[in-house]
Write a protein that binds this ligand. Structure first.
Ligand SMILES: [Zn+2]
Length: 144
């Protein structure tokens, strides 16, 4: 039986914005793994009211840049012997490459399909990004 309150060894992805947990679950291909995984939706949170969280009973490599882009408020807890041995707070990455497309139809990346899209963080507070090719500016919400 899966104990959803604690795991002895693995990773807890915590403070996921409510409603975003399922897309992270899919992004990490957690429906295809053979170890225990729990996706918890709408858990009560002191900080955000409601949150999603994912518990993974295994060690796996996580792309912290991509996860930070999907949700910069995420906390990652590394668990060993039922204790948190490492806590990682994510943030918006300085650069995002090959993950999202520029929506400007005149951008070279819209025309030349083999160019890898690249966005550069402009303002961390606003969460705005600039296309490195056409200088088109996007808000973080508008890109996702
Ligand atoms: Zn562009």
């Amino acid at each position: 039986m899966l104990n959803i309150d604690s795991i002895s060894k693995g990773i807890v992805i915590d403070h996921i914005k409510a409603g975003v947990g399922f897309s992270i679950f899919q992004h990490l291909d957690l429906d295809k793994v053979d170890y225990t995984v729990a996706l918890i939706i709408n858990a009560p949170s002191k900080k955000y009211g409601r949150k999603d969280l994912i518990k993974i009973e295994n060690n796996m490599d996580l792309d912290l840049k991509i996860l930070g882009f999907i949700d910069p408020n995420i906390t990652i807890n590394i668990i060993e012997d039922e204790e948190i041995v490492e806590k990682i707070n994510l943030s918006l990455p300085e650069k995002v490459e090959g993950l999202i497309s520029c929506k400007n139809p005149r951008c070279i990346t819209s025309v030349e399909k083999d160019i890898v899209n690249r966005f550069v963080l402009m303002d961390r507070e606003e969460g705005s990004y600039r296309c490195d090719y056409c200088d088109h500016i996007y808000t973080w919400e508008g890109l996702r």
